[in-house]
Design a binder for this molecule. Sequence first.
Ligand SMILES: Nc1nc(=O)c2c([nH]1)NC[C@@H]1CN(c3ccc(C(=O)N[C@@H](CCC(=O)O)C(=O)O)cc3)C=[N+]21
Length: 298
Amino acid sequence: MADIIDGKTIAEDVIARVKQEAATLAGSGVKPGLAVVIVGEDPASQVYVASKSRRAKECGFHSVQHSLPADTPEDALVALIGELNADPAIHGILVQLPLPGHIDAGRIIQTIAPGKDVDGFHFINVGKLGTGETASAFVPCTPAGAMLMLERVRGRDLSGLNAVVVGRSNIVGKPMANLLLAANATVTIAHSRTKDLPALARTADILVAAVGRPEMIRGDWVKPGATVIDVGINRVAAPEKGEGKTRLVGDVAYAEASANAGAITPVPGGVGPMTIAMLMANTLTSAFRAAGREPPAF
Ligand SMILES: Nc1nc(=O)c2c([nH]1)NC[C@@H]1CN(c3ccc(C(=O)N[C@@H](CCC(=O)O)C(=O)O)cc3)C=[N+]21
């Protein structure tokens, strides 16, 4: 049976470090500030945003949340971001995605000052990650968290290991592939058009699932001893728990996969909590830079 890579515990370690480092920054007269912006009333988004704000307060940050109605005009959101960009008390800005359909999410992301883009989605940060300029970039929180989990099992140098990333999104698949490459892994990005995905997956020493399809990756796709990182968080019906009940599952069929894997991340309690922890780490990093101090490494 596979070892379980416990995201909750690792996330608590990261949060404890952030809290401690934030306290040392107070000596420089800087308190990390995080602004979270949510447009509309999607219940899942509200839960995530609430836990981001709660964690920020727990870290001793200045935490502000802007909840805007679903019909907010795009220009009003652009104006709010402009104010946050100019506010010296704010070091990190996160605009919760997805945005309502009438708003151009691409334009919104490019409006955030790259130095406050703690999601790492701005072209400047994407380009820095792609060219290895990570000392001054923000790395997207989910892949950054996944790399810390991987490090617990495989260390920081992935030389000689085959990594297969299933999913090519800008927020997970592509940055994850870049981070794996920077750690010397041999990286393949697979997606819905990939031929014989199960066979390709079986070549992976490190298998990252980021497709958003519940339990798509089966046990027999997993090479014996592989490390499996499940980024998917899918809410599915759970009639066994009662009518109308739901549960969370990943993109990996967990029970099957853990029979083959050497180590695996669970859902819930895996990459999800790490994502929030890395958001705190990125905000701390931004505040250190604003104070002209070298940020701690995570
Ligand atoms: N600009 C932006 N940045 C994001 O980072 C971002 C976003 N938009 N939009 C939505 C996704 C999703 N996301 C999650 C974070 C934590 C959990 C998490 O902590 N999940 C818990 C379970 C939570 C539950 O019970 O629903 C777990 O996996 O254990 C999940 C999902 C961040 N996202």
